[in-house]
Structure formats: structure tokens, C-alpha cells
Design a protein around this ligand. Sequence first.
Ligand code: PLP
Ligand code: COI
Length: 371
Amino acid sequence: MTPRPNPRRNVLKMSQTEEARTPETTEPEHGERRLGFGALFSRHVISARYADGVWSGTELLDFDDLRMSPAAMVMHYGQAIFEGLKAFRADQRTVLIFRAADCATRFDRSATRMGMPPLPPGLFVDAVTRLISADAAEVPSSPGSAIYIRPVMFADEPSLAVRPSTEFRFLVLASPVDSFFASGRTMIDAYAQRSHIRAALGGTGDVKCAGNYAGAMAAKTEAMSRGCDEVLWLDAVEHRFLEEFGAMNCFVVQGSGASAELITPPLTGTILPGHTRATVINLAQRRGIAVREAPIALDEVLDPDGMISEVFACGTAAGVAPVRTIVTDAGRTRTFGHRPGPITAGLAADYTALVHGALAAEPDWIIRIEG
Ligand code: PLP
Ligand code: COI
């Protein structure tokens, strides 16, 4: 029998064939290779199963392929949710897991929305902590790097019946990462189009289910074919107001200097309540910057003579990502500059300091691990 390839080694090889860097990419120091996003995996995975109405305890396993029935319900009806959080290196002996408790709460909310069983209290945070304690040596230390933690739950009852699954699997895996964007760029170009929508009221836009991302892939392909990094989603009713990016929330800066104001779309049920969004609001308030949650019209953002001077995206995977250009399907373009604006740059620096432990965090934001 031919030996099966080790899945961790496989992805290591894949990352060695990454495309050439563009001038705006984050080139790692000392000739190190870029880690990219989600291409390498740490040594272990946490696993738990739900059957007969109860969750098993968690197991720490070696990272390996899964065995699943071809009839596993997730592959037919897509009942799957996930989370995303990061652990950062504070120093050679300390790793900080950021906002795990908030992810646990959002995971439960996603599970309820998708007709899936919530995890027992404490299981999510214990699982994340156990995995990162086991794999702490794999948390990278180069600037801009972290270990991305991916908890996921999916239906694995073998059945084609159209009803909620009665069996689920919960896994937590981890991936050493640096730049989220395939290009490695630190400033991004976004594509706003009106032919697709991401979410409408009453749908699943404010939870983290796999289907939200599946429905967005065609738009992402279109964005990339136009040389953009991300889709900028508009509201589903009028296609006029900014919602969020494909995997990040959205902020604009209105005005400048002491009168600058930060505006972000309100959480009205169609966008994901991002933890980075909440963190950025907290950091802006610490700096004395006024923050407002209000609808933002794309027309105002695109007006070069208007009040909006900076736009940025933010999310766990991407961090704080300044927007360089917005392109629309109607052929309109606005470039905000080739360097981050002052408010974006200040908040990005604060965010980096916070997650690495150099700026005080709020209570329950950080779990500290020796390793
Ligand atoms: N919006 C979407 C659609 C996302 O996928 C994410 C990433 O999780 C975010 C926003 C940002 O959320 P967070 O800051 O909690 O990572
Ligand atoms: C995150 O930022 O954690 C996300 O989940 C976004 C993306 C990787 C799907």
C-alpha cells in the first residue's frame, strides 16, 4: 500500500510555491518566507463529538485527515459554523490569546441560528487554551505574525434527510500566519458591486456560518479578476450603503485633525459584529476620537471632494487593513493614497500593541499562556 502523505507536510510544500511579491508586500526580515494565511497547520487538533443529545469531552489529537461518511449532512446541506481568533507572541516565553470568551459567545449564537447544539459552558475556551498550550512553540514571532485559531462545528450524521443533523463534530485547529491577503499587501483594494448581496434582514449575515462565505465566492472571484483584494458589500435593499468587506468590518474617517470622526455601519442584523470592530471602537475612544455608528453612502465615500478621507477594514485575520482604492462595477474608482492615513495608522499601531501585550487590555480580553 502506498503510504498516505502527511497533511501538515503537504501544505508546507504548497506554501513554498507562493507567487512573487509585489512592491507593496510585507517582505519578512532575514530572508524568511512569508507564512501567508491558512496554508500551514500546527501539530495538534482538538476534537469533540455530539451524538444522542450530549457532547463528548475534548481530545487532543495529531493533525490528520478526517474519516467521514459520503452522506455526512454538512456536505449536502451545509450546516456548519466557525470562529476565528488569534494568539500572539508577547515575548519568548509568553503567548496571548485574544478575545476567546467573546468568540465562544458568538459561536453559541451562530449555533442557535443554524439549528445546532450549543457547546457546554467553558468547552470552547478550554479547547482553544488546550490547543495553544500544546502548540505554543509554533506561535511565530516575526512582525505581523500570529497563530490563527479556527474552531469549527459541522453536521456529520450520515443522512440525506432534509432536517437538522442529530450528530455534530467540533474541531479546533491552528495555523501560523502573517499577511491575510494573497498578495501580501498591507494596503488593500476593494471592489463594490451590486449584482450580488451578502445578507438581508432575517438571514444569516450576523452569524459566522460557512454558507455566508460560500455565497460570496463568485463575487470574490470577480473582485480578484479586477485586481482587487476584497469585496466591499453594499446593503441588500438599495445597494447604496456600505455593509462590510468579505471577511472584515468597515470604518471610514470623516474630516481630519481634531475634528476627525470615525464612522462604522451599525449592527442592524446583516453584518457580523466583529470583535476587531469593537476593539477599534475602544481604541479610538482611548485616543479621544469621536466614533459614530451610522449608515455610510458609497457615493459619499467615492467623492474625492467630500468629507471622507480614510477607509479601513478590520478583522481578526486581516488586522487593521487600510484601503488604498475602491473600484465599483460602474467603473468608478477612488484612491485614498498609497500610505495609510493618520487615524488608520494610529489605530493600527494601537491594535498591534494591544494584542502583543504592550497596551493595556480590557478585562477578559486576554488569556496568557507560558510557552
Ligand atoms: N465580517 C466578516 C464577514 C468576517 O468574516 C469577519 C471575520 O471574522 C469580520 C467581519 C470581523 O470579525 P472579527 O473582528 O470578530 O474577526
Ligand atoms: C476571521 O477574521 O477570523 C475570519 O474568520 C475571516 C475569514 C478568514 C473567513
